[in-house]
Ligand binder design. Structure first.
Ligand code: TPP
Length: 590
């Protein structure tokens, strides 16, 4: 078989030897390479297909890794990874022990900054550029690539605002494909559309108003245009912004036609592009769909209900409510801080707000949760999707800190549903009217019940439940950790000795039940899919100390280090919260 151009490239220095007229052929080979691997190994597809030419041009023109290149979010960095020494490992993308699905500062010196959460690239790149200036290095180039959805986020604006009054050598590349995971929203998106269609007066350029040297829009699939423009900009000092128009999913027809679905399509046929059918009959629903369908059901009865998502209508399934009640469901863009305070504002006026944010992304809006919601005791209902270990997205995306960072906030109720029915019922209970804000955290993926759409019933706040009776050891669980615990109990020989309780509420704790437990069992083992430090087990230990109990206690959860990527089962095993690991712990006490 004859060698391809890509066969000869491991690093950008190899790329720079390729004659410019051969680069379109390389772009084709890179697309095939990505499609072939992502088709079977899964991962993010559309965003990387859209930046093939841009990535080639950047590494062709700039002297990476000396010149610094930062990819915002980083889900579009597959081409970058392949061209920077990781081609032969790319088949391990997102797997345990493999390469990360996002740029990772520890993985390669070409990954100038680790990303995963959006809109950090301009701040980070500005920091690098100012550091170069302070070091007297005036030649170094500093490039941030950011999408049109991410640039609309507060942090990106804060960075533009700062950069505009520096003379730092920073180039922001706005990769404008008019879509995030779902179509981009907001006034800035409308503005960018006008610029692209050339219907905006030139004097109105928003980036020029912020002191950026603006150029574009240019065709982000024309290697010729990209290379000549990047070469020109290399010699211009000060903050610059290049506006590049690309198509998400470029080169795979289905991915171009259905950009939302092909953002991360799962397994598909590499030749036809068709997504391989998943078993859908007789499989329990995803928790996100239980949320999405239940809010529609509740909202049709209760006119005060509002739904909010920061840029995740599909991922959170709020899209069902956006279809059913256009005026009462809002995608506010990648703006978690705004989503929380906007919810607070709505709540001051008596509206019942379900603010759905992935657990990991609520980290962005911590002060808003404390200052704007909890301090004012506004009964906002936070639905925290993807709580716990999320799997292949890895360290940037695990929702494992929420119990800890929320538990210390006064007024906030924290509930963890064990199954689909509990999620429905707590949503039902919350919209009946609570005196406090509540955070409901539920995991990624599917539940276990087909018959989940049962009549609503009210949940008593602060009430735990016994799931299994036993004599000497009590397992205390939260949410779906009960499944692992019950499985573990089944597999030990003296299972009659072991009890299992689902506390359900991290806050308020069911103290009455806890007194019963601490009086009855010599050994208490807590299990959570979150970090141990300050989490659910810590809450139980605080209870124990407060009332001077001396029972033996063990806390199972994620230890004090970042958990990388892998399947949920693999990572639960590593964290010591799989049923097998729980079984081994129980056996130590038998
Ligand atoms: C703080 C934060 N919120 C939400 C997300 C989820 N998310 C990942 S990619 C993405 C869309 C990014 O769109 P854009 O910036 O236009 O980049 P593109 O996909 O077009 O490359 C979103 C919302 C995130 N990564 N970080």
């Amino acid at each position: 078989m004859s060698k391809t151009i890509l066969d000869n490239i491991l690093f950008p220095k190899d790329l720079r030897k390729v004659p410019q007229q051969d680069l379109p052929q390389l772009a084709k080979e890179l697309r095939d390479f990505i499609i072939n691997i992502v088709a079977t190994k899964e991962g993010h597809l559309g965003a990387s297909l859209g930046v093939v030419e841009l990535t080639i041009a950047l590494h062709y023109v700039f002297n990476t890794p000396e010149d610094l290149l930062v990819w915002d979010v980083g889900h579009q960095a597959y081409v970058h990874k392949i061209l920077t020494g990781r081609k032969n490992e790319f088949h391990t993308n997102r797997q345990l022990g493999g390469i990360s699905g996002f740029p990772n500062i520890r993985e390669s010196n070409y990954d100038a900054f680790g990303t995963g959460h959006s809109s950090t690239s301009i701040s980070a790149t500005l920091g690098m550029a100012i550091a170069s200036q302070l070091n007297g290095d005036l030649k170094k180039q500093h490039v941030a690539v950011i999408g049109d959805a991410s640039i609309a986020s507060g942090m990106a604006f804060e960075a533009l605002n700062h950069a505009g009054v520096t003379n730092s050598n920073i180039l922001v590349i706005l990769n404008d494909n008019a879509i995030g995971i779902d179509p981009s929203v907001g006034a800035l998106k409308q503005y960018l559309t006008k610029v692209t269609l050339k219907t905006s007066p030139k004097t109105d350029n928003i980036f020029e108003a912020l002191n950026f040297n603006y150029s574009g829009p240019i065709d982000g699939h024309s290697l010729e245009d990209l290379i000549s423009e990047l070469n020109r900009l290399k010699n211009i000092k000060g903050p610059k912004l290049l506006h590049v128009i690309t198509k998400k999913g470029k080169g795979l027809q289905q991915a171009e036609d259905n950009q939302v679905l092909y953002h991360a399509p799962g397994k598909f046929d590499a030749i036809t592009g068709e997504i391989l059918p998943k078993k859908t009959d007789n499989t329990p629903p995803k928790f996100q769909d239980v949320f999405g369908k239940t809010i529609v059901e509740l909202a049709s009865e209760n006119k005060k209900i509002i739904g909010i998502t920061p840029a995740m209508p599909t991922g959170s399934s709020l899209k069902y409510m956006m279809e059913a009640f256009q005026n009462r469901a809002f995608d506010v863009g990648i703006a978690e801080q705004h989503a929380v305070t906007f919810s607070a504002g709505l709540a001051t006026q008596g509206l019942i707000v379900f603010c759905n944010i992935y657990s990991t992304f609520l980290q962005r809006a911590y002060d808003q949760v404390i200052h704007d919601v909890c301090l004012q005791n506004l009964p906002v209902i936070f639905c925290l999707d993807r709580a716990g270990i999320v799997g292949e997205d890895g360290a940037t995306h695990h929702g494992i800190f929420d119990i800890t960072y929320l538990r210390c906030i006064p007024n906030l109720i924290i509930f963890v549903p064990r199954n689909e029915m509990e999620l429905r019922n707590i949503m039902y209970t919350a919209q009946l009217g609570l005196e406090f804000p509540i955070a409901i955290r539920y995991p990624r993926g599917s539940g276990t019940n087909l018959d989940w759409q049962q009549p609503f019933s009210k949940i008593e706040i602060g009430k735990g439940e016994q799931l299994k009776e036993g004599k000497s050891i009590a397992l205390l669980t939260l949410g779906t950790m009960a499944i692992n615990a019950l499985e573990a109990i089944k597999s030990v020989v003296s299972s009659e000795l072991i009890s299992c309780y689902d506390l359900r509420f991290v806050k308020p704790l069911d103290e009455k039940l806890l007194h019963t437990i601490f009086k009855k069992y010599g050994v208490i083992i807590t299990i959570e899919d979150g970090v141990i430090a300050g989490g659910f087990g810590s809450a139980i230990a605080e209870f124990s100390t407060k009332y001077h109990y001396t029972n033996k206690m063990e806390i199972l959860g994620i230890s004090d280090s970042f958990l990388e990527q892998g399947s949920v089962n693999e990572l639960q095993e590593i964290a010591g919260i799989s049923s097998e690991k729980i079984k081994q712990i129980i056996e130590n006490y038998l």
